[in-house]
Design a protein around this ligand. Sequence first.
Ligand code: HEC
Ligand code: HEC
Length: 660
Amino acid sequence: MVPWWELEGKALDWTKCLLALSFALATSAAFAGMPPRGGTLESARPGTSWDNPFERPRDLTGRSVKTRRVRAVRTEDATLAGGTAYLMQVDPWLGYQRGRELTLREFSSADGVFGESGRLAGARLEDGATKMAGRDHASSCAMCHNTPWRDMGSGATFAKNGGRGRNTPHLFGAGLIEMLGWQGRSQLLAQADTGGDGWISVREAAGRQAWLTPVSGAERISFGRFDDADGDRRPDLDPSLAIWYVDGAGKRIPWARTLRDGGVAGYAFEWQVFGHGHHRRQTEHGAPVPSTLRAFTAAAFDLHSGLQAFDPIILEDPDGDGLSGVSGAGAQQFASAAVRDRGAALDGGGISRDDPDRDGHGEEISAGDLDLAEWFQLNHPRPAERIVSEAARRGRAAFGRIGCASCHTPDWELEPGRSDSKAPSSRGFGDRRFFDLEVSAAPETGELTGGVVTLARRDGARWVPRRNGFRVRGIYSDLRTHDLGEGFAEVQFDGSVVRRHRTAPLWGVGSTAPYGHDGASLDLESAIRRHGGEAAKSAEAFAELQPAGREELLAFLRGLVLYSTEDLPCDVDGDGKIATHFIVSGQDTGRERLNPEWLFRVPGRIEGPVTAPDGSRVVSFALANVDEAYGSRLPLLADQDGDGFADWAASAGRRARMAR
Ligand code: HEC
Ligand code: HEC
């Protein structure tokens, strides 16, 4: 094929092109009696070197979002091609990549981005009036979750909670944290809920302590006690356990704040494994930030980008027990995370017209979008360890010896799922991911290489997660909160003080400066020296180490790294080696690496070597078969009229067929 810029062998007159194009757009819009198809491509770049860049913008590196914005359609039936059950089970890498695109896409006005820019938003602080954050400030998740870019890394600090702001954590391994959260929540509940009805009565709580054992044989971690020993009318549990109060029938009383409020017979809780931590009072009427990836995503889309999700899964709680639906990827959701778009007004296709931010766009994020964004984050690879020097190994030993590991718990165990079990305490256990990326460092050079390990088994056309157990190594957090003293005390906008923060998981910490919930420590050493309060003793022990000893400990921490999942040399086909010339669909893609596109059911076919407009030869990673590979013409993804909704979604049959 001849590159577009070489057509007819002469350079194009760009101004003429532009004029002609804008005329064409204006007239076609006028004739059709509708605005130009705003937002059809916007920031997406599906084109190759031979496409007309006005019609199909290109990116020869192949790294840009390639599909047009089409809201995904949530399904539970994997035979409906293009629905989210299909994308997670029949073509799981495509589901992963489309979920990833949702975190990378720069949403446009045609998608309904923003609407209330600059307003204050979020939960109210202790004065009952001051809001927690500003809103509508980023058109993509990747603007903040930025290092490494394209991988939901760590990043920006922004105005949230208080004037010092909050720093963006990375999401490598976030799915493992979510799964530990549900498992731990179930185990804790079972310790006090002797009646097995899903909540803890005042009588059941009496005299009981809350403990979790991260891995069998390890020291158990205290989460406080289930009863109210200090007399403040609230269970004395660690604030990472966000409480909701219930009546004698186990129904959630949303307004109740203490055990003595009218009608309160007991309580239940969710384990808030995400977020840096919140004021104790805020965690006593449900969660100030959501506890699941799905709900966190819905909240983030709304807060940061003014895109409100309509999601029956998070909203539905017919029996009022505080637990809402279970996502397609298997994550129990909580009613406390109810989103603003309640679907009070649905059109014929079942699309919500609530439009909470009144920007004229309904259902800005669909339940299907949340399925895919959740699927991507659930499966996102975990950080790596590049601990190759003897010094770094000694540093790891010192980390345990001086008490850092008493909070920064190295390992957790994910128990296998027991599908035969009816016990609610083990429902939803086991590893729900479809792959793991095992990354190791070469002993001499420290070069990182990876290998894809499949965690799903084949069942006909579907891939079904095996739900085995998984040893989560090197996470370095007890996932509960601690008071680290004045250095970390967070004065919120209203003057109230958050003293307890979640133990920052240290995996990846070598790549994620700056540090602390506020990002105020610019390097590792100052983050450690800032520890006081409950960590005072180990911080002193660190300060008393010989300089060489401190350097060893820092070398260990610097070896806990993130990496670019798509640049890492990686065995993706499971043949035990990393090819120098990895051939996909007949094209040499260079060194073998984890580009999800090459693992699609219809693998992406790269364009290969081309001559660029400046005359240089480059290997174009643009896909020659982008529509086939990304399934853009599948029945539940096709969007002929370019309105951002799959045509199928607009058909009347959708409501009936869509499994809720
Ligand atoms: C304006 C910057 C910003 C943008 C944009 C942003 N985030 Fe975040 N994200 C943060 C910050 C800051 C936190 C920590 C919040 C806290 O603890 O108060 C966070 C936390 C998270 C967490 C919890 C991780 C953990 O370990 O605590 C998830 C999940 C998440 N974000 C997902 C998303 C998704 C999905 C998007 C896009 C829809 C997004 N974020 C967009 C700044 C951002
Ligand atoms: C009492 C529990 C506790 C002990 C002991 C402890 N830490 Fe921490 N650590 C925390 C908590 C809680 C945070 C999060 C503080 C915040 O952001 O407000 C944290 C944060 C950190 C951070 C910043 C991470 C990031 O991503 O921002 C580093 C680095 C760290 N700890 C290293 C250490 C080292 C090294 C030691 C031993 C000298 C240690 N910690 C001992 C609880 C502890």
